[in-house]
Design a protein around this ligand. Structure first.
Ligand code: DGJ
Length: 730
């Protein structure tokens, strides 16, 4: 898959679908040549014109006045070396200097994909699945090397990149910036897509024309955040969901990130992604290496759906490690919106009894079971059961749940501490915060400094005690604030290292717990989807998508999320009406149809439903159990975007054999005398006959795909939905 053409000095990384090419210019500069649809050969060197341009600097010599780094398409841009665009790194050397020039020194091609120590990462099962190219660049004057890592997988339109900084100097170096990747395109005829949002409005699909200058999407909130996903896509302006070129870049990391997209004066485009330099300054001691997180770059010629399907497949197979990665996920009931903090054993038993009758498989006890927690002012950090609420303890509740035939799940927020807690009274200095400064509270809580091993050990041991005393099948790991005043009260750690050390500490705890408890189904959460990133996905195969459970809002949120995240990872619950976040009333049918397009759960007081509603819930669960394999692991295709502002949305799921599909259509606002939507189904076999559940008619696949079907003209009123099963027949 990886070949180095000695004569032309070109690296070619190719599989059946994609090629990525890099060349060595003037024996030392690494230039980007190509990323996209597979190219046949690697003899082509590119014909990038070298012409003298005014105000270019000439790193070779005065004779070669035409050669300037500012006018090259580069592979990992340098710093203060005459390339005046965004740099990929910034190193401060011990003598106070920061100028560097990293030149090609050598390379290595290895089978498989080497491990990144302590970081979440994509992986191979066998060495035949992938090859890795390691290119070493060196700044000889400063005795520092940069190693660029590229892995190409045989079966995916994916290149995985990361970068290492190797300090061979006898003095420390300090990294102010160390991005994971940088890549230049020869033009800027792109639309930029990013997923930006907010709490309860996560991952809105934002698309706009790329313009001259630098466009940045980042997080300065300690974690990836609700506000931006560590993802950007550059797409052809004509690209649709089904056709056209897409280049996606996604960072496998849970801390602060930055993505820069720069269009220069020649309309060339630079894309970069990595740890946000904002709170980052890392000392690499003599002989040490700093390893960046990795980025997953996808190329697809088949539109946004093509890109998403590639991310879904890749993450499903090569990133998620849980034993549940391919298992059907249980239908759950979560007591949060049913009771909030106001519960006791009796209330929970009634909820569990009702859930058992409905066919629910897992009961999750959310916030409020520990310390003396009756509201959000207290007890985070004290992970001992609240006996006044649970006189028979967690064990009693877990036994009760199991006796009813349900699994038992529990909520934790391990990285947080309340001022009103025994842990805080004992260790007030364990919170994250700058020296001699007050730390801000948020939701009445502080963040525990997970960069410190004694803090991690304490939390780990408290959780271990609960897990050894109580049979637990599922854990929801929450994180309910942004970080601020990021620094350390611990004198031995420099402030610029705290955040990344925190994230490494978090990963260490997650690795330990998920290894010690492989049978637990882990779900990540951060006030809903504030930490829904590939880094967390590596440890936890599910995420609570959003605190917004309103079915209409969920169409936007789930649509945007599906751009990069597999459906099997997406928690989606039916909640009460009127909805608690937006006050909207929506039928049980549509609430079900929205939640059934993810990992179905319920988050309302089932005991308060009418008997008709209870029957409906039972039917939904029965239907979902029959179809969940298709929904959680089938091929997901978006058909109508809720972001197109036509008050409609549609998506569908198809199995691998193309014998079974389910299509969901949603209408959020009715329009009088509306036009008809002819929906073109995708992913079927053209010459196969299919039976449609909504009208009992049979059509060939080509009719459904090329001509389309009318399914929504009989919907009347706001917040209506329809589900159509498509089944292959003889
Ligand atoms: C935020 C989560 O997203 C909710 O589902 C719930 O667990 C609350 N935290 C509990 O505090």
């Amino acid at each position: 898959m990886i070949h180095f053409n000695e004569k032309n000095r070109v690296f070619n990384l190719s599989n059946a679908d994609i090629s990525y090419q890099i060349s060595i210019e003037e024996q030392r500069f690494l230039a980007h040549r190509y990323f996209g649809k597979k190219l046949r050969g690697d003899t082509f060197r590119g014909d990038y014109p070298i012409i003298g341009r005014a105000f270019g600097t000439n790193p070779i010599d005065a004779e070669q006045r035409a050669f300037s780094l500012n006018h090259q398409l580069l592979e990992y841009s340098g710093n203060d070396n005459g390339d005046f665009r965004e740099s990929s790194y910034q190193i401060n050397f011990s003598d106070g200097s920061y100028v560097s020039q990293f030149n090609y020194k050598g390379h290595e091609i290895i089978d498989g994909k080497p491990d990144l120590d302590g970081l979440p990462q994509s992986f191979t099962e066998t060495d035949e699945q992938a090859q890795t190219l390691k290119i070493t660049l060196e700044d000889a004057a400063n005795k520092v090397q940069i190693i660029l890592n590229y892995t190409i997988f045989s079966d995916y339109g994916v290149i995985v990149r990361s970068t290492e900084f190797v300090n061979l100097n006898s003095e420390s170096i300090f990294l102010d910036k160390a991005l994971s990747m940088s890549m230049d395109f020869s033009h800027s005829k792109f639309d930029l897509i990013q997923l930006s949002g907010s709490w309860a409005r996560e991952r809105e699909l934002i698309r706009h024309k790329l313009n001259r200058g630098v466009t940045k999407a980042d997080s300065k909130r300690g974690t990836t955040s609700h506000n931006y996903q560590p993802f950007v896509a550059l797409v052809d302006p004509d690209t649709t969901e089904h056709t056209g070129e897409v280049f996606g870049v996604h960072l496998v990391y849970t801390g602060e990130f930055v993505s820069n997209i720069e269009v220069d004066e020649y309309n060339q485009t630079r894309v970069q992604m990595g740890i946000n330099p904002e709170h980052f300054n890392w000392e690499v001691k003599s002989g040490e290496v700093f390893q960046t997180p990795e980025t997953v770059m996808v190329y697809s010629a088949d539109g946004l759906n093509g890109m998403s399907q590639e991310y879904h497949r890749f993450y499903q197979n090569q990133l998620i490690r849980s034993k549940y990665k391919k298992e059907e996920r249980p239908v759950l009931i979560n007591n949060w919106e049913a009771t909030y903090f106001d519960f006791n054993e009796e209330k929970l038993h009634a909820l569990i009894d009702e859930a058992a009758l409905s066919g629910v498989e897992l009961f999750v006890l959310d916030d409020g079971w520990f310390g003396k927690r009756d509201d959000d002012t207290t007890s985070l950090g004290d992970w001992k059961e609240y006996k006044e609420k649970l006189p028979n303890g967690l064990k009693g509740l877990s036994d009760y749940t199991h006796n009813k035939g349900l699994k038992f799940g529990l909520w934790f927020e391990p990285e947080m501490i309340s001022e009103d807690s025994d842990l805080y009274r004992e260790h007030p200095d364990w919170i994250l915060g700058a020296k001699n400064r007050q730390s801000s509270v948020s939701r009445n809580q502080y963040v525990l400094d997970f960069s410190r091993s004694e803090v991690r050990e304490n939390v780990l041991n408290q959780m271990r005690t609960v897990l050894s005393d109580v049979p637990i099948d599922y854990i929801k790991w929450d994180f309910n604030r942004n970080m601020s005043e990021i620094g350390s009260r611990n004198a031995s750690v420099r402030d610029g290292e705290i955040l990344h050390r925190y994230i490494l500490g978090l990963y260490e705890v997650l690795e330990t717990l998920t290894t010690e408890h492989p049978d637990i189904l882990w779900e990540s959460c951060s006030g809903g989807g504030g930490r829904y990133d590939p880094g967390m996905l590596y440890y936890m195969p599910q995420t609570w998508t959003s605190d917004n459970t309103d079915a209409a809002s969920r169409l936007d949120i789930q649509y945007g999320t599906s751009l990069v995240m597999p459906i099997s990872s997406m928690g989606a619950h039916v909640s009460a009406t009127p909805n608690h976040q937006v006050g909207r009333s929506i039928s049980m049918e549509m609430r079900g149809h929205a939640a059934m397009a993810g990992n179905l759960g319920y988050e309302l007081d089932l005991t308060e439903l009418s008997s008709d509603e209870k029957f409906e819930v039972k039917d939904q669960i029965e239907w979902y159990k029959k179809h969940r394999k298709l929904i959680q692991y089938g091929r997901f295709s978006r058909l109508i975007s809720p972001f197109d502002k036509n008050h409609k949305a549609a998506w569908m799921f198809t199995n691998e054999e193309q014998t079974q599909a389910v299509l969901f259509f949603y209408q959020t606002m009715a329009r009088a005398n509306d036009s008809f939507d002819q929906i073109r189904v995708v992913g079927l076999k053209p010459d196969q006959k299919y039976l449609l559940s909504h009208n009992g008619e049979t059509y060939y696949g080509d009719e459904l795909m090329y001509r389309g079907i009318y399914i929504n003209h009989d919907l009347h009123g706001d917040y209506q939905s329809k589900m159509v099963e498509i089944t292959a027949v003889d």
